[in-house]
Design a binder for this molecule. Structure first.
Ligand SMILES: NC(=O)c1ccc[n+]([C@@H]2O[C@H](COP(=O)([O-])OP(=O)(O)OC[C@H]3O[C@@H](n4cnc5c(N)ncnc54)[C@H](O)[C@@H]3O)[C@@H](O)[C@H]2O)c1
Length: 249
């Protein structure tokens, strides 16, 4: 991530906070965090601040376009330029397959799908105003999930939102390819973030893995940084599955 300014939406906890830390280790020039949890977002900037990098956070509920635009503009103005956007905010409550309520559908759709869309729109407007670095003007990585591709009891609405994000990734990638903006997604299998541990499904997933263990968040994050980093100059519209053989595509 050398010399890149990276904005992580949903970076106030778990996988997003880890990505912020790893981006700093990988040489990022600046980190922006957007999250509904203001305290978490500031805390996730600690590694960047410790290194004296540019760092900015904005508290935002990404369910609406106006709030998303404002938060993104605030962070982008503080950083000066945004090279990489990582969309990591999502909710994944478990519900019985035939018992998802309207409210539960609306919440998951609004955060996981619509929020991802709003942030991509804000980032693309910013990236289009920037000069390209080499052949790339900017990179976007959306976090999806293996659940987009596999029947998953108790996760039907979450799985559907992640499949929608795979679709959004392709459509947006195609639309902004002429601008030199690369848009990809990464689909991790279950990984031991605090939230996932609390939900208690990790043992079951580890047993289902041909590798005989669950993946560590770091092992998933490497692929996000690869897709969003300077080594990626030609991959766009792809979804990278990092599942240890849990699914094959
Ligand atoms: N943990 C896993 O096993 C796993 C597996 C596959 C994919 N994923 C995906 O990885 C990502 C991170 O998961 P995690 O386990 O770190 O979850 P997490 O709950 O720890 O982190 C999600 C972050 O999103 C933020 N957020 C939630 N609603 C928001 C809103 N309306 N506006 C702005 N921010 C909001 C939360 O405050 C939190 O900081 C998610 O996209 C998740 O679907 C996780």
């Amino acid at each position: 991530m050398k010399n890149l300014n990276v904005v992580i939406v949903g970076g106030g906890a778990g996988f997003g906070a880890l990505l912020a830390e790893m981006a700093v280790e990988a040489g990022a020039a600046g980190i922006g965090i957007i999250d509904i949890n203001a305290e978490g977002a500031e805390a996730a900037l600690a590694p960047a601040r410790a290194k004296g990098l540019k760092a900015a956070s904005a508290a935002c509920d990404i369910r609406t376009a106006a709030a998303s635009q404002t938060a993104f503009s605030t962070v982008a103005a503080a950083l000066g330029r945004v090279d990489t956007l990582i969309n990591c905010a999502a909710v994944y409550p478990r519900r019985p397959t035939l018992g998802v309520t309207d409210e539960e559908w609306d919440l998951s759709n609004a955060i996981n799908i619509k929020g991802t869309y709003h942030m991509m729109v804000a980032a693309i407007e910013q990236m289009r105003r920037q000069e390209p670095q080499g052949v790339v003007r900017g990179r976007i990585v959306n976090i999806t999930s293996v659940d987009a591709f596999k029947a998953h009891p108790k996760n039907i609405h979450y799985a559907a939102t992640k499949a929608a994000v795979v679709s959004l990734t392709r459509s947006v990638a195609d639309h902004v390819a002429p601008d030199g903006i690369l848009v990809n997604s990464v689909a991790p299998a279950g990984m031991a973030t605090e939230k996932a541990r609390a939900l208690g499904f990790l043992d079951e997933l580890a047993k289902a893995s041909p590798l005989g263990r669950g993946g560590e968040p770091q092992e998933m994050a490497e692929w996000v940084l690869m897709a969003g980093g300077p080594k990626n100059t030609y991959m766009t519209g792809e979804n990278i599955i990092v599942s240890g053989g849990y699914i094959y595509a």
